[in-house]
Design a protein around this ligand. Structure first.
Ligand SMILES: Nc1ncnc2c1ncn2[C@@H]1O[C@H](COP(=O)(O)OP(=O)(O)O)[C@@H](O)[C@H]1O
Ligand SMILES: [Mg+2]
Length: 456
């Protein structure tokens, strides 16, 4: 008899009739049993074959997945055994060292690195073997392109299912690119700082240009009284010379007395002292103004120094107001002294800018008034420069401290005054802000630490 087995069992189909024919006399039942057993075994075989194929497919899938993950990694990855022999690398590493995984497998891991880094990498292995910790380090790969050689790396131990150390995995991030980006950023930052410094200088030069008339005025006053005094001294000198010459001419006592009276010698002698003092004072004033001017125009980095803010405000405001065609009223609400330690030139420049803006908004107005007040508040000096001008339009409030924002015609505004002042205040650890006054006009408030040396 022929028993049909399920599936494509052509070989069995042939075998079964042969067997049944060969062992004559054996009971049919026995054969059926044997064949059934074989059928069961065969079915099991087919089942496990299918399961194996499925498992294999899953394994391939998992391997593909891991491969794609490793391939997608931009970080480099190397796995090695406890002896440091390479077991696996990813494509990112292949690309940097310019070698394929198959040529690397079995090679010592240290050979992937430049000589200077080899010790570090073997050190990782040693540390892991002795149960120590491995911290992040920068090492250099033996790269084909030196710009990509530097990697920031971290190593971890690899264990088998029984927890035994079987090797290590090294993962590294190429930082050459990052370092280059940082360098570029640094260069850009430096360029920006330089440009900003140039802006500061141009602003100062523009302010200086506008101040010249006021400064000239300021200089005029002491110079004219130095001149006046010198002319008087010259006259006095002539009188004294005449009197002394007469002394040698054997004149009588009475003649000398009359001459002394005519030449007003006593008055001359009384006046000489105060005249010389006045002249010296005038010369000192000229020297001070020139010094302030030099300081104002200097581009050198200033060192903090002690000074009286009240004097500084007077000078700065005078310079600006004296240059105005129609001079606004200047009211100072200041104590006798306001001492501070800071960058005097910068403070001067800020005050000049604020007073200049107030004078600009009041330009030509007969009732213009600028009020400058100042006081010490705790550790700070607070100055307010207020005017009775237009105030700041709401739409401009956010913009006035930006560079190049100006509402003034070309030639009279650079739009840099407030930008520079704001930055200078901030650099000293202070702050510049503005409010519109309820009665009209703007009020700028400058707050700076009384001692900048206390600032970081
Ligand atoms: N006291 C003020 N009153 C009204 N507007 C002002 C005052 N101060 C500044 N502003 C406004 O802020 C702008 C920017 O000032 P600033 O930075 O000093 O540049 P600039 O004076 O060259 O225009 C001015 O053009 C003006 O519109
Ligand atoms: Mg200005």
């Amino acid at each position: 008899m022929v028993t049909r087995l399920p599936g494509s069992h052509a070989a069995l189909d042939l075998v079964v009739p042969k067997l049944s024919g060969a062992i004559e006399g054996t009971g049919d039942n026995v054969w059926i049993e044997v064949i059934q057993k074989m059928d069961e075994v065969y079915t099991d075989l087919v089942d496990s074959q299918t399961a194996l194929e499925e498992q294999n497919a899953r394994l391939e899938e998992a391997q593909d997945f891991i491969g794609s993950v490793l391939g997608a990694m931009t970080d480099v990855l190397v796995a090695c055994d406890t002896e440091g022999r390479i077991q696996q690398v990813n494509p990112a590493l292949e690309a940097i060292v310019g070698k394929k995984e198959r040529t690397l497998i079995g090679q010592p891991i240290a050979e992937l690195f430049q000589e200077k880094s080899q010790g570090v990498v073997t050190g990782f292995l040693q540390a892991l073997r002795t149960g120590g910790k491995v911290s992040q380090r920068d090492v250099s790969l033996a790269a084909t392109d030196s710009q990509n050689a530097l990697i920031s790396t971290i190593c971890t131990a690899r264990h088998d299912h029984r927890g035994r150390l079987v090797g290590m995995v090294l993962v590294g991030r190429p930082v050459g690119e990052l370092k280059r980006a940082y360098r570029d950023l640094d260069a850009a930052q430096e360029k920006l700082t330089r440009t900003q410094q140039q802006l500061f200088v141009s602003e100062k030069m523009a302010a200086l240009g506008r101040l010249v008339a006021g400064v000239a005025h300021e200089l005029n006053n002491p110079i004219s009284f130095v001149f006046g005094n010198m002319y008087a001294l010259k006259r006095y000198g002539a009188a004294i010379t005449r009197y002394l010459t007469a002394c040698d001419e054997e004149k009588t006592r009475d003649e000398m007395k009359t001459l002394r009276k005519d030449l007003k010698i006593d008055q001359v002698l009384r006046d000489i002292g105060p005249l010389v003092d006045g002249t010296l004072e005038g010369a000192e004033r000229v020297r001070d103004i020139v010094q302030e001017l030099r300081r104002f125009s200097s581009n050198q980095q200033e060192q903090p120094e002690d000074f009286n803010v009240v004097r500084l405000i007077r000078t700065a405001a005078d310079w600006v107001i004296k240059a105005q065609r129609v001079k606004p009223e200047l009211r100072l609400e200041l104590p006798d002294r306001l001492d501070m330690t800071g960058r005097k030139g910068q403070m001067h420049q800020i005050v000049v800018n604020l007073v200049q803006n107030a004078a600009d908004v009041l330009d030509g107005r007969p009732d213009g008034e600028i009020v400058i007040s100042g006081e010490r508040q705790g550790d700070d000096i607070v100055l307010r420069v207020a005017d009775n001008g237009t105030g700041i339009a709401d739409a401009h409030r956010d913009k006035i401290f930006e560079p190049f924002f100006t509402t003034k015609p070309i030639g009279s505004g650079t739009g840099l005054g407030l930008y520079v002042s704001y930055n200078m205040a901030a650099k000293q650890g202070g702050h510049l802000s503005v409010e519109n006054r309820p009665e009209g006009g703007a009020e700028f408030i400058l707050r700076v630490p009384a001692d900048v040396r206390n600032e970081g």
